[in-house]
Design a protein around this ligand. Structure first.
Ligand code: WQD
Length: 342
């Protein structure tokens, strides 16, 4: 299949395009490189031996999208392009609503105008908000996410739900990510956060390599076994395969068979605490990882992990890599790329 991948040069996007290319699909990347590097696409070529066609640009650029759809015959779109820093979304919400929500509207309009109506949409477990019974199933109540970033994801899910209801020729799959971590086993692509990492695993990795002094553990007074936050970490290569499985299922489904979007959790079904992640990373890297318990981070939930059984049943997909493998691959990327893609 020929697939447009928006945000394809990012941490998640590069791993998905490696998987797509290795399974014989044809890929075109659209990325504004605001939080990614063109160098990452060169690394994808090193891994797959295939040149990646890409266009530098924003999903807000309707004229560019029309040009792309007019000149390429895409079968489907995997839509990853979004700003995703939870903290920044609270200090600069307009930036997030414009890019994430308006960008998705502009993209959807271009798809409709050119009759491209198969979409895989990148969503997030953040839409489940707080206080929902674990494990989370796709029918778990999505309530008010705890931050504007999560609200953009929920709004986009609602927009796509209405779009699918309005026209059965749309085939829309929503993938709710839990916590993607790790790196490609080759060590050539991985997570390359700008500045100080917001997320736990890349921060722990930078402490292990000596780039940061210690991990600040955001609270140890949660209602969890050791008091620290519990999350469902999923290896980025498992997450990438989940997208390709969803794409291939869409291709095999009968068109116009439903007016409903399909929603799937991409998680392992296993939660680990912050202290368990630190311990696992120390074992994987052979490094001591100093940490300090500090106050909670606003907007954090105590626990969040998936029931992935629907994805296993309907997509024929199951995460296979465990936490120690996630840490080993993250460490391998860190050691081989101390300055990321530079
Ligand atoms: C994990 C745990 C923190 C950093 C967010 C987004 C989600 C997705 C993944 C985009 C929590 C604790 C963290 C640190 C810590 N992003 N922590 N010290 O918040 O579960 O999810 O990132 O798609 O949408 O919401 O991930 O890695 O930031 O935090 O103690 O320096 O680690 O409190 O318990 P989170 P995270």
């Amino acid at each position: 299949m020929k697939v447009l991948v928006t945000g394809g040069a990012g941490f998640i996007g590069t791993h998905i395009i490696v998987c797509l290319l290795e399974r014989g699909h044809d890929v075109h990347v659209l990325d504004d490189f605001s939080n990614s590097s063109e160098k990452a696409l060169k690394r994808v070529k090193n891994i797959t031996g295939k040149f990646i066609r890409f266009t530098k640009g924003s999903i807000l650029d309707g004229a560019l999208l029309s040009y792309l759809f007019a000149n390429e015959s895409f079968d489907s779109v995997i839509h990853l392009a979004a700003f995703k820093a939870v903290g920044e979304s609270s200090t600069n919400p307009l930036k997030y609503y414009e890019n994430n929500v308006v960008g998705t509207l502009v993209l959807s309009r271009a798809m409709k105008n050119f009759g491209v109506k198969r979409l895989i949409f990148s969503s997030s477990a953040t839409v489940y908000g707080d206080g929902v019974q674990m494990p989370l199933t796709e029918s778990s109540c999505v309530q008010d996410p705890t931050n504007p970033y999560g609200r953009t994801k929920l709004m986009m899910e609602q927009i796509l739900t209405d779009l699918a209801k309005s026209d059965p020729s749309w085939d829309i799959t929503v993938l709710r990510y839990f916590n993607p971590v790790g790196a490609h086993s080759s060590g050539l692509i991985g997570e390359d956060p700008n500045g100080i990492p917001n997320n736990l695993m890349p921060f722990v990795s930078q402490v292990a390599v000596g780039k940061r002094d210690k991990v600040s553990v955001f609270g140890n007074d949660y209602d969890t076994p050791d008091g620290t936050g519990v999350r469902d970490y999923i290896h980025i290569e498992d997450l990438a395969l989940g997208h390709v499985k969803a794409l291939e299922k869409q291709n095999s489904d009968q068109r116009g068979s439903s007016r409903n979007i399909k929603i799937y959790n991409l998680g392992t079904g296993r939660g680990y605490s912050v202290l368990e992640v630190i311990e696992a990373f120390s074992r994987a890297s052979g490094k001591k990882i100093p940490y300090e318990i500090v106050k909670r981070r606003p907007g954090d939930v105590a626990k969040c992990w998936a029931d992935p059984s629907k994805s296993e049943l309907e997509l024929g997909w199951k995460a296979t890599r465990d936490l120690i493998q996630m840490c080993r691959d993250a460490w391998n990327w860190q050691v081989n790329n101390p300055e990321g893609y530079e």
